[in-house]
Design a protein around this ligand. Structure first.
Ligand SMILES: [Zn+2]
Ligand SMILES: [Zn+2]
Ligand SMILES: [Zn+2]
Length: 359
């Protein structure tokens, strides 16, 4: 992120003795002549106007003013002796610099009509220029009142805990039921196997990527500009995106108006077509015996075999019930000779939990 300076504006300080609002550059109050105390901060005027006057600009950039260690009077940065008491300023204390005062107030402020005679006066005036009647004056802008955030209710948490507990209990019961088994003797009635082999072909596939990431042998399609990354520093061709301008206290009675900027880098994002190995067919063989075989599809020049998979199923029957068992491997499957006897462990849901030879 880059902090860009838009310009400088003159700030104000309110006199704690007579409430006069003084131009930031003034070291003494226009109303009562008193010096600006060290603890009276600079504030934003109702409208901040960017300074174009060269002498004022130099003052604004000179660095924070200092306060005399003896009389606390304010002097410009670089001054050797106190403007109030003449003391040596080598041990003087510099004012705070860099504090964010607020969003830059660039909008013009409408005149305010005098409640006594109706004459329009500048919004910051405290006295009517026509009849000298007191005006509302430059009251500091009141911060927008936010309703206090409602604390989040804990009530919603209790039903959740109850539901969670019930789910846990239900899960435990299910596990117990599934774990409780009964042994039944059954006979192998039928067996089945299925084997699949994928056929891969080198075919054109549509893809999208940044222009510089596309393989050189690809067929380039249409492109569009898209945001590729956001960076902190300016780059050739990047789009500058800046936030709302705001004012920083320079400590000299002036404010520095800045905005934080980032840089969006756009690039070509393109469609392209490239040859890639893709599943173009699946060859399947099924059988009802104990001798499974793999499909052997015939391949063309631009094809090869891909992934293969298999599954086995055994149907056992006994006591008028039928059970289905799925062996994991071909060697296990091979033991289920039609008519052979097995001890089947059946759980509370009627599912087969395991089988053992009944010798
Ligand atoms: Zn004053
Ligand atoms: Zn002094
Ligand atoms: Zn008036």
């Amino acid at each position: 992120m880059v902090k860009k300076t838009i310009g400088y504006v003159e700030l104000e300080w309110p006199c704690p003795r007579c409430q006069t609002r003084n131009p930031g550059a003034n070291k003494f109050c226009n109303g009562c002549g008193g010096p600006q105390p060290e603890d009276v901060a600079f504030e934003q005027p109702l409208q901040e106007k960017l300074i174009s006057d060269a002498a004022k600009l130099a003052q604004a950039k000179a660095g924070p003013d200092v306060h005399c260690a003896f009389c606390s009077g304010r002097s410009s940065a670089g001054a050797k002796f106190c403007g109030s008491c003449g003391a040596d300023l080598s041990s003087a204390k510099a004012r705070q610099k860099g504090r964010v005062i607020g969003a830059h107030r660039s909008a013009p402020v409408p005149d305010v009509a005098c409640p006594a005679c109706g004459t329009p006066n500048p919004a910051e005036a405290r006295q009517c220029k026509q009849c000298s009647a007191p005006l509302p004056g430059a009251a500091p802008a009141a911060a927008a009142q936010q309703p206090p955030a409602k604390p989040r209710s804990r009530g919603a948490l209790i039903p959740l805990v109850i539901v969670g507990g019930l789910c846990l209990l239900g899960g435990l019961i299910l596990m117990l039921l599934a774990g409780r088994t009964q042994d039944r003797v059954a006979q192998v009635q039928s067996v089945a196997w299925e084997r699949q082999v994928e056929v891969m072909g080198l075919v054109p596939v549509e893809r999208e990527d940044w222009a510089d990431q596309i393989p050189s042998d690809a067929d380039l399609g249409s492109c569009r500009e898209e945001l590729r990354q956001t960076v902190d520093s300016p780059q050739p061709g990047a789009l500058e995106v800046c936030g709302t301008p705001y004012t920083l206290d320079s400590g000299s009675g002036f404010g520095e108006v800045v905005q934080d900027c980032v840089y969006e880098v756009y690039d070509d994002y393109c469609k392209y077509s490239v040859l890639d190995w893709t599943v173009v067919d699946t060859s399947v063989l099924r059988g009802g015996d104990l001798r499974p075989i793999w499909p052997a599809p015939s391949l063309s020049g631009q094809e090869r075999l891909g992934d293969q998979s298999q599954s086995f199923q055994v149907t056992l029957g006994g006591d008028g019930e039928t059970y289905t068992y799925t062996p994991d491997s071909e060697s296990e499957f091979a033991q289920f000779v039609i008519g052979s006897h097995w001890v089947v462990a059946v759980n509370s849901f009627g599912a087969v939990a395991g089988v053992e030879p009944a010798d």
